[in-house]
Design a protein. Structure first.
Length: 225
């Protein structure tokens, strides 16, 4: 009988010990996974980007006139890719050399139809129409090419280290340029007057204008890339 009671007491003690160690333990939260929420990209300030790029494009006539090579070094990226109207390609070094040497000149250099397409806060594409009056490009051999006319350019800009830079530009010559002035209205003939011989219309005034960087040495077959 004593032996039986001892066994019962021992089993009860073991059960109590097990309960105290495992039964009363606080439940553990095994779910350690966390859900990451992507931070939305900030909305680009399109008005500010447009204003800055328009300012850069409109500065090219001054850069050419004043031979401001430092501005070209700042605006054009080191890896800029330029396509000229004659199909040749060029880069930053040639542009800086042309500007500082005064290889480009014109009586008038203007921009029209300038539009900025903002892709995101660090990228944009600018399209514009360039018109050049009495434009000249002096080549390395001393010969001069006439670069007068109207051109369509597409410039791609990216923002690097807070600075907008031109990374690519392509220009083509407009084969049927728009007139820069409205035609002169014809005078009504007096009643009973004998019709005069038909005269040819007056010549249209020469177009005026500016250029994007890619149109500058537009007709230079000896130009190195």
């Amino acid at each position: 009988m004593r032996r039986y009671l001892s066994v019962v007491i021992l089993l009860a003690a073991m059960a109590l010990l097990a309960f105290s160690q495992f039964g009363c333990a606080a439940p553990q939260n095994t779910n350690t996974s966390t859900t990451s929420v992507a931070t939305p990209e900030p909305t680009p300030d399109k008005a500010a980007i447009e204003a800055e790029l328009i300012k850069i494009e409109n500065d090219w006539p001054r850069i050419i006139k004043e031979r401001d090579g430092a501005a070209v070094r700042r605006i054009e990226a080191d890896d800029v890719f330029l396509v000229y109207p004659d199909g040749q390609t060029g880069g930053k070094d040639q542009d800086v050399k042309d500007i500082e040497a005064g290889a480009l000149s014109a009586d008038s250099w203007e921009i029209a139809d300038l539009k900025v397409n903002v892709l995101d806060k660090d990228a944009a594409v600018v399209s514009l129409r360039n018109t050049v009056k009495n434009g000249k490009y002096k080549m390395a051999d001393g010969k001069t090419n006439d670069i007068s006319g109207q051109y369509r350019s597409v410039d791609t800009f990216v923002r690097r280290n807070g600075q907008w830079q031109l990374v690519s530009s392509g220009t083509v010559k407009i084969q049927a340029p728009t007139a820069s002035a409205s035609p002169t209205p014809k005078a009504s003939p007096s009643p009973g007057a004998t019709p005069a011989a038909k005269q040819p219309p007056p010549p249209k005034p020469s177009p005026a204008a500016k250029a994007s960087p890619a149109m500058k040495p537009m007709s230079m077959p000896t130009k190195s890339p």
